[in-house]
Design a protein around this ligand. Structure first.
Ligand SMILES: Cc1ncc(COP(=O)(O)O)c(C=O)c1O
Length: 471
């Protein structure tokens, strides 16, 4: 049998693609992430967002939306900043690309130095990545190699929290505590151990707010401290709906890590660059991690970038003799991303954006709290510009929706309806059903009013439908 291959073999080429609308092309060719592609058809359009300005974006029909999620917790300085875009364009003209493998370039050096100056304590060493999963993946590999270099080769396991999202690459999935995201890809990298998160609205049986950190100690002891490399947690846990730490939680976790010789990774892919009103979430809650992972707001997503910021102590064994961190990504620390990150940090610094969050977060929260008169609103929680509303069937008993009800409520109604009414936010049921809001950090009272003008009637209608379905 002979198979013809190679150049000039027309039969190997795909069918020519006829020009069609973006909708048709997207349905036919674009593989959207975490999306039920089968949900889109001629009657259910794919949302195609074409431009943005400040806290608003516009779809292909020219309809305006309030971006209440900062394009997935990313666009901290808001959309449409021509000056930040220009910084990337200028850099592309000067040095479009060079790698950080065995070479350095000025923008990576300057950005690493600037980040070291902003990061807490002795977190002075910056390893760039292309995004958040790569940052987490890098941190997992770093802590494993660190322990090998320092004479503890069996310290490989990770302690993370239930329902936490730490990314999708196979190593990061080990830390991710969401069964539905893990199961399709098992077996995963071994070593992921999960403990209760800080959902104080639904404390696990036998736990009080003050004992939640003890679950970390118990799990490390159960696994054996000589097998545990690190604890990885977000300052405020995103998945499940903005679980904030009870007072003293982080200080206890830090103490437990120190006692048992376990490293502490603060996964700040969302909770840094002003999201909680500080540069880093660790500063907001006053603890000192060994490693911070970050992404998203580092460039306000005007270019893709992530980073792992490492303490001098953890970096030290990698700096001696022939040692090196056996790890890297071609595009990490891309000069364009570095230039954009520098321009983004200029905006955050010079335009008082962290102050804006600190002074307006109470108003944002008060607006959300005011929705508690709608019976479907069970809990309101979060910090800074990172807030969630948990939806319940019965506020007195805190009874949640079952899987079918949640499917109907979130996918059958709320997600589409909020979008139709002009608000982009997240209706999520990776834990119990929540609506999450995380607007650009330049938002203020006018935007909160606009959010409320959509959220209130939509939640009222949702509650009316819940009652009707119950009969
Ligand atoms: C806490 C956390 N870690 C890691 C990630 C993964 O980041 P990315 O999607 O950039 O790979 C995310 C993404 O949302 C995240 O929220």
């Amino acid at each position: 049998m002979s198979v013809e291959t190679g150049e000039g073999d027309e039969s190997m080429a795909g069918e020519p693609i006829a020009p069609t609308s973006h909708q048709e092309q997207a349905r036919r060719h674009l593989w959207m992430h975490f999306s039920r592609m089968g949900a889109y058809d001629r009657d259910h359009e794919i949302p195609v967002i074409v431009r943005g300005e400040g806290c608003h974006v516009y779809d292909e029909h020219g309809k305006r939306y309030l971006d209440g999620l900062s394009a997935l917790f990313c666009v901290n300085i808001g959309h449409g900043r021509a000056d930040v875009a220009q910084a990337g364009a200028d850099q592309a003209k000067e040095l479009g690309f060079f790698t950080n493998w065995s070479y350095a370039h000025p923008r990576a050096i300057e950005l690493a130095t600037r980040i070291a100056g902003l990061a807490p304590g002795d977190l002075n060493r910056v390893f760039f990545t292309s995004g958040g999963s790569e940052a987490v993946e890098s941190a997992i590999k770093l802590v494993r190699q660190y322990h090998k270099l320092t004479g503890h080769p069996n310290k490989t396991k990770l302690i993370a929290r239930e329902i936490a999202y730490h990314g999708t690459s196979l190593g990061a999935l080990t830390a991710t505590g969401i069964t539905s995201l893990r199961q399709p890809f098992e077996p995963l990298t071994p070593g992921g151990c999960h403990v209760p998160n800080t959902n104080t609205y639904r404390l696990p049986p036998g736990f009080g707010e003050e004992s939640l950190a003890e679950a970390v100690r118990e799990r490390i002891l159960f696994e054996g401290p000589d097998t545990v490399a690190a604890v990885i947690m977000e300052p405020v846990q995103n998945a499940g709906g903005c679980f904030t730490p009870p007072p003293g939680y982080w200080q206890r976790v830090r103490r437990i890590c120190d006692e048992l010789d376990v490293l502490l990774i603060s996964d700040e892919v969302i909770c840094s660059w002003g999201r909680l009103g500080e540069w880093f979430g660790a500063q907001r809650y006053d603890y000192q991690p060994d490693v911070i992972t970050t992404a998203k707001g580092i460039t306000s997503a005007y270019a893709p970038m992530g980073a792992m910021i490492v303490s001098d102590r953890i970096a030290e064994p990698f700096l001696e003799g022939a040692a090196s961190f056996a790890h890297g990504f071609t595009f990490a620390g891309h000069p364009i991303s570095c230039a954009v990150a520098m321009a983004n940090i200029d905006v955050l610094e010079h335009e008082g954006i962290l102050d804006n969050v600190r002074s307006n977060a109470p108003g944002f929260r008060a607006m959300l709290e005011s929705l508690r008169d709608i019976p479907i609103v069970g809990d309101v929680r979060g910090d800074g510009y990172f807030q969630a509303i948990e939806l319940v069937k019965d506020r007195e008993t805190r009874e949640s929706f079952d899987d079918d009800e949640s499917e109907w409520l979130l996918r059958g109604y709320l997600s589409g309806e909020l979008y139709r009414r002009g608000l982009i936010c997240r209706a999520d049921d990776r834990g119990d059903p929540v609506v999450q809001l995380s607007p650009p950090l330049v938002a203020g009272p006018a935007e909160f009013e606009e959010i409320e003008s959509v959220l209130r009637p939509t939640l009222e209608d949702a509650w009316a439908q819940v009652r009707r379905r119950r009969g």
